[in-house]
Write a protein that binds this ligand. Sequence first.
Ligand code: S3P
Length: 430
Amino acid sequence: MDKEAIVASGALQGSTTVPGDKSISHRAVMLGAIAKGKTTVKGFLDGEDCKQTIRCFQKMGVSIYHGQESVTIEGCGLDGLKEPSEVLDVGNSGTTIRLMLGIMAGNPHFSVVSGDESIAKRPMARVTNPLMQMGARLWGRENGNRTPIAVNGDTKLTAIDYRSPVASGQVKSALLLAGLQAEGKTTVQEPYRSRDHTERMLSAFGVDVDVYENGVAITGGQTLSGQNVEIPGDISSAAFLLTAAATVKDSHLRVNNVGVNPTRTGVIDALLAMGADVSLQEERIVNGEPVADIVVKERPLHGAVISGALIPRLIDELPVLAVVATQAKGETVIKDAVELKYKETNRIDTTVNQLKQLGANIRATEDGMVITGPTPLTGGEVNSFQDHRIGMAFTIAGLIADGETVIHGAKASDISYPGFYEKLKSLSQS
Ligand code: S3P
């Protein structure tokens, strides 16, 4: 049976690491594939989503070797991708499908892209609409909003100036990758700055990208050259350990070698705003990405407002921050986070409904949630609904709760954090 039983097992202690960054791992495979020459990737996340990206590019004729220590990609250039003879299956991965659509839109082949049940419910119009404005020929259910999506890349794309209604790393990245193949200069502006790994990695691969406040621009026709990439630990995975250590009595934990790109460190800012004892040590730059060791010590927390520009910087960490908020004194308000509804599950519903079942004082709002604490949680039966971050957030709730919490669908954690349950056990016993 795919379930885990969690009981409070005492303070989290010691020093550890987390698997490689998911966003950067996807991009390393994609940019490696469309670059000329060899790319070697160390620290690649061996999770289901990133493996799906590898499989898709292998189906387009790219030679990719996934070894124990590294992934090697024999880049064939943007013009060297082959027409896939099968459907490109992205599994559960929104990043794979949205970024790949940007590549496929300008590549002179016919391809069909699809994924699992969750992908079939997620909005694709945010990417397909602007791509169609660039001249891309795309078809899908609901006028290109739902998978499966067919792409015929037989027309030359034209650059656009696009004002994205959402702050989304996936939308921005898809348009940058299409812009690379378009005539002219493509610009993307967003309401708030989203994660900028694509811009950073494109620069490392030799492409000129102009970055300005809340916007980026790229000129078509540039070529990428293969690189050696070293990927830091994923702050979105570290977040589960950091939040557990911030709330479980007497914890003192150090997570080494974590990516601390400022577009991703909202979880640290939110914990600090709640009064947590968190610090960054040994800050350094690796391959154009900021990296540090993060140290957390448990101490009493209080409520905070999490909103605005902070939201895209911690969007994936909001379910587990809601768990933390149940233990903080006073009110925590999460707002401007309507994007939570469009993730692997509707994360406002899956977080609020299940935290209520465990005894939290929490209510959903139109664009977030309000939590009043501290409330003791009581163990119960919860479900990941095959959403990795929901399963892991409720595992942290299980560490705080009295009694046993059973997580159904716990294996979903393999999407982004293989070995999550073993890691938690080892930290609680050290
Ligand atoms: C991602 C961007 C975010 C994030 C997702 C990964 C990326 O999604 O939630 O897990 O790698 O670009 P949006 O682009 O939809 O905000």
